[in-house]
Write a protein that binds this ligand. Structure first.
Ligand code: CA2
Length: 150
């Protein structure tokens, strides 16, 4: 039987991690974070798919493709967190658990980062934990999952 899948979604600019602003986002690259998340998922019998895009529509398509297929979604939506009602609506149409993930803690930063349109849909928000947030978010997603069989 196929292993259940967690979809990890990374939004705009997260491909730049490790390159700039290490005082906010640390020195790990996005590939480092994905490897840590995949390792934790696989330890617990799940596969991990990852998509990073700088384009809102690509992220929405990925969420649609997860419907009735993946056990859960872990999403760091980048700045789309704070204003993308299109992303909100796509996530609202997803039936499984959603975990919101941020490397920094947006609530401790500029006021425009204090709003999250994803938070009301998420079973949990992991924020401000740096690299440690990735495996933690996977643990929460797995605990909340009711895996599809195929
Ligand atoms: O803390 C997070 O994980 C964020 O989701 C990161 C977003 C930011 O807009 C959110 O408010 C919080 C930014 C993505 C990364 O942007 C970079 C820009 C330059 C260099 C490295 C990363």
């Amino acid at each position: 039987m196929a292993r259940p899948v967690i979809l990890l979604i990374s939004g705009p600019n997260l491909n730049l991690l490790g390159d700039r602003e290490p005082e906010i986002y640390g020195t790990d690259t996005l590939l480092d974070h994905v490897a840590a998340a995949r390792h934790r998922a696989q330890q617990k019998g799940f596969d991990l798919e990852h998509i990073q895009s700088n384009h809102e529509g690509d992220l929405i398509d990925a969420i649609h493709s997860a419907r009735n297929r993946t056990a859960s979604i872990v999403i760091n939506p980048g700045a789309l967190t704070h204003y993308s009602w299109a992303l909100h609506d796509a996530l609202a149409a997803y039936e499984g658990p959603i975990v919101e993930l941020h490397i920094s803690d947006p609530k401790q930063r500029e006021p425009w980062r204090h709003t999250s349109v994803v938070e009301p849909l998420a079973v949990a928000t992991v924020a401000g934990k740096g690299a440690a947030g990735y495996p933690e978010a996977i643990d929460i997603a797995i605990d909340a999952s009711h895996p599809h069989d195929s």
